[in-house]
Design a binder for this molecule. Structure first.
Ligand SMILES: Nc1ncnc2c1ncn2[C@@H]1O[C@H](COP(=O)(O)OP(=O)(O)O)[C@@H](O)[C@H]1O
Ligand SMILES: CC(=O)N[C@@H](CCC(=O)OP(=O)(O)O)C(=O)O
Length: 259
């Protein structure tokens, strides 16, 4: 029987709220099975870009990453955000190790081809080094992945953190029984965005299509849910979307995605 693995991605609104982030890190540090942490930091990158007078351009929830924006992404995601999280986890006796896709060749990618949109230095994932990550887990280290990959030719690439989480979950599913958790500031996917209690308990591919056509899901939730179904179709056992304690046994208020 395969060993269980939890892959947990936290949203930008949690990262930006110091007390919520600490609450989350405390819960994460107490998980007593192999675990991987994934974070982005798009909001922080936007703030830094604004201070530098560089415009933020997003299309379909993805950043158009020119050379200057890539430098900021590397500094914010791989530097400030990743190292802050790792050091806070260390203070909670969780032996975390900060990772970009270039470290240990853990996630390789290619620059997204130009079609009608040129996303610049945005990376589409080609593969995950499951062997290396399994070895880190065997050493009882908890990898903390940021939203950066590389092309194995010396080019760093910016990859959406939701995609990093789903690709890691797919890659690790060959060895582990993997559950993918997307934690953000709400209790799950809402039927009615005005009503924070209207959490949808279960969404399958059919109800997903209806939610899109009704306009009930929008913005960042669209690529997140695409990533959820992509993961389920490719060997990930379970995918949940919800709030901070999403991975706790007693929590029942969240959205489960099924095929
Ligand atoms: N039906 C919905 N239910 C919940 N959130 C939704 C819904 N439709 C759109 N959203 C938006 O999706 C966002 C989460 O996706 P995203 O912006 O990528 O953030 P994160 O950084 O948390 O991953 C929420 O903050 C919310 O504003
Ligand atoms: C290519 C692309 O869009 N990359 C994202 C990576 C960060 C991210 O995903 O951060 P959140 O999870 O906090 O949104 C970006 O630069 O915004």
């Amino acid at each position: 029987m395969k060993q269980q693995l939890s892959i947990i991605k936290i949203g930008g609104n949690i990262i930006e709220n110091e007390s919520e982030l600490f609450k989350f890190l405390d819960l994460f540090s107490k998980i007593d099975r192999p675990k991987i942490f994934v974070h982005g930091g798009g909001k922080k990158a936007n703030q830094v870009l604004e201070k530098m007078g560089i415009a933020t351009k997003m299309v379909n929830g993805r950043r158009i990453t020119d050379a200057e924006s890539l430098d900021v992404a590397v500094m914010v995601y791989g530097g400030l955000t990743n190292k802050k999280i790792v050091s806070k986890l260390q203070s909670l006796q969780c032996n975390a190790i900060g990772m970009s896709g270039a470290d240990g060749n853990s996630i390789h990618a290619h620059k997204r081809p130009v079609t009608d949109i040129d996303y610049g230095f945005a990376g589409d994932v080609d593969g995950v080094n499951t062997n290396l990550i399994s070895n880190l887990l065997k050493l009882e280290l908890s990898p903390v992945f940021c939203a950066l990959t590389h092309d194995q030719k010396g080019q760093l690439l910016n990859t959406n953190a939701d995609t990093i989480a789903s690709e890691l979950a797919i890659g690790m599913s060959t060895t582990f029984e993997t559950t993918l958790y997307y934690c953000f500031e709400l209790n799950g996917v809402l039927q009615n965005f005005q009503d924070k209690n209207s959490v949808i308990k279960k969404i399958d591919s059919n109800s997903y299509e209806s939610l899109i056509s009704e306009g009930s899901i929008a913005n960042g939730m669209l690529p997140k849910m695409q990533n959820c179904f992509h993961a389920l179709k490719n060997g990930v056992k379970e995918v949940r979307i919800g709030n901070l304690g999403l991975f706790e046994k007693e929590n029942t208020n969240y959205t489960t995605l099924v095929l």
